[in-house]
Design a protein around this ligand. Structure first.
Ligand code: HAM
Length: 413
């Protein structure tokens, strides 16, 4: 029979990788939880229109990368390519603007983009996403950036550089885009074909181009950060002042273009030297017009998402520490009930406990105890014995109670 394989661009996450991933999500939940972010979950598929309106019709995500399908009633649905649009839809749908503001939420789960698979780029990937809705206070922008940096730090992703910019309001941006388009037209012959094709729809994307000629033109292009209204410039200055005060290094990068249309004001991205071409560990920004665009009341918002697969690539192979492990084995066949009960008791006391469940010889069992990293093995036979796996010392216990005490005695601190 032909063997089946996982679809192109998807990953099976096997142990111990799955444990490392879970740990990263736990770290995020802990860091975000202490800043008042509550977990939220939205569906993995949504009406296609949500992303067309939310992420933006002219973006690569909407134009090329969505997994879109029809349900049996002929409605167009799409596997979510990102979380922000869905979270904003939920905020509107559940009248969350009536709650005390800002509403701070975070989520983690699978997202889908039909991109060419390569290291760090998949068609199904995992994001941790945080959003703060209902306030345009610059402390939220700075706080979110610092929280993401703390998550990276605790996840061990190593050094990364933070690129920061501001896109202003949609009106400033529209004027600027006209100005940029006019400028690009004067130098059209030097641009790549792709940029020329996009000139009408989205000239900003020219900042992203790999093409040398286009890059030379962009180096002299007008900058949006020089065109910000005084309010937006002040907001941006405050975000920077807060980051400075917190000692968070960043690089101002007026060419930072995010691949989603909803951004206003602050945008940022963390890049890791440890990753190859797909260097972005995570990024985000403010989206003060998105909720209104989706039919809700005017509501500012700011947030970010980080790619868990990329965080793991950057963090390397080191597995997170586990609770100290005890292995329970037997020298002669028995009913196993005492072993079973001791395992329960030790687990209740906070140990990670594995027991022999594959019928190995005693020698095989002790090898298995080493493999699972046990510091102690409890051996059931004519008597109960506790073996310190570090020193090899073995002592006899009168009963389960005493065995438990002996395990405690040899537990590494
Ligand atoms: P994004 O920059 O498109 O932003 O994605 C955030 C992160 O998801 C990226 O930095 C990367 O680590 C990871 N990622 C994206 N695509 C892939 C892929 N194909 N394979 C593996 N990892 C990937 C957003 O999605 C925005 N919703 C962030 C946001 C939240 N902005 C405001 N709130």
């Amino acid at each position: 029979m032909k063997k089946l394989q996982a679809p192109r661009g998807t990953l099976d996450v096997l142990p111990p990788d799955a444990r490392r991933r879970l740990r990263i999500v736990e770290i995020a939940g802990d860091v975000l939880g202490r800043a008042g972010y509550e977990p939220i979950e939205t569906p993995v598929f949504e009406d296609t229109e949500l992303f067309v309106r939310g992420v933006g019709e002219s973006t690569d995500i909407v134009q090329k990368e969505m997994f879109t399908f029809e349900d049996k009633a002929g409605r167009s649905l799409t596997l979510r390519p990102e979380a922000t649009a869905g979270v904003c839809r939920a905020y509107i749908e559940h009248g969350m603007h009536k709650l005390p503001q800002p509403v701070k939420v975070w989520t983690a789960g699978p997202f889908f983009r039909h991109e060419a698979p390569q290291a760090g780029r998949y068609r199904q990937f995992t994001q941790i996403d945080a959003e703060a809705l209902g306030s345009d206070d610059p402390t939220l922008d700075a706080e979110l950036i610092l929280l993401l940096a703390e998550i990276f730090e605790r996840a061990g992703t190593g050094p990364s550089r933070l690129r920061l910019s501001s896109l202003g309001t949609p009106a400033t941006r529209a004027d600027y885009i006209d100005e940029l388009r006019t400028y690009l037209r004067t130098r059209e012959a030097e641009l790549s074909g792709e940029v020329r094709e996009r000139l009408e729809q989205n000239p900003l994307r020219a900042f992203d181009a790999d093409h040398a000629g286009t890059q030379a033109v962009m180096a002299e292009a007008p900058r949006l950060t020089d065109r910000l209204s005084s309010e937006d410039a002040e907001h941006f200055a405050e975000v920077r002042a807060l980051l400075d005060a917190a000692g968070m290094p960043y690089e101002l990068d007026p060419t930072l273009v995010r691949g989603l249309d909803y951004y206003t004001r602050t945008v940022f991205e963390f890049e890791s030297e440890r990753l190859g071409a797909q260097a972005a560990l995570g990024g985000g920004g403010r989206y003060d017009g998105l909720i209104e665009e989706l039919g809700g009341p005017p509501t500012p918002g700011v947030g970010w998402a980080a790619g868990v697969e990329r965080m793991l690539l950057a963090a390397g192979d080191e597995s997170p520490a586990r609770a100290p492990t005890v292995f329970i084995s037997y020298a002669a066949p028995d009913t196993g009930r005492d072993r079973f009960l001791l395992a329960r008791e030790l687990r209740g006391a906070g140990y990670r406990v594995e027991m022999e469940q594959a019928g190995r010889s005693l020698k095989g069992q002790l090898k298995q105890a080493d493999r699972v990293g046990a510091f102690a093995t409890v051996i059931f036979g004519d008597s109960i014995e506790v073996k310190d796996m570090e020193t090899g010392d073995q002592r006899e216990a009168a009963d389960l109670e005493e065995a438990l005490g002996m395990v405690r005695d040899v537990t590494p601190s």
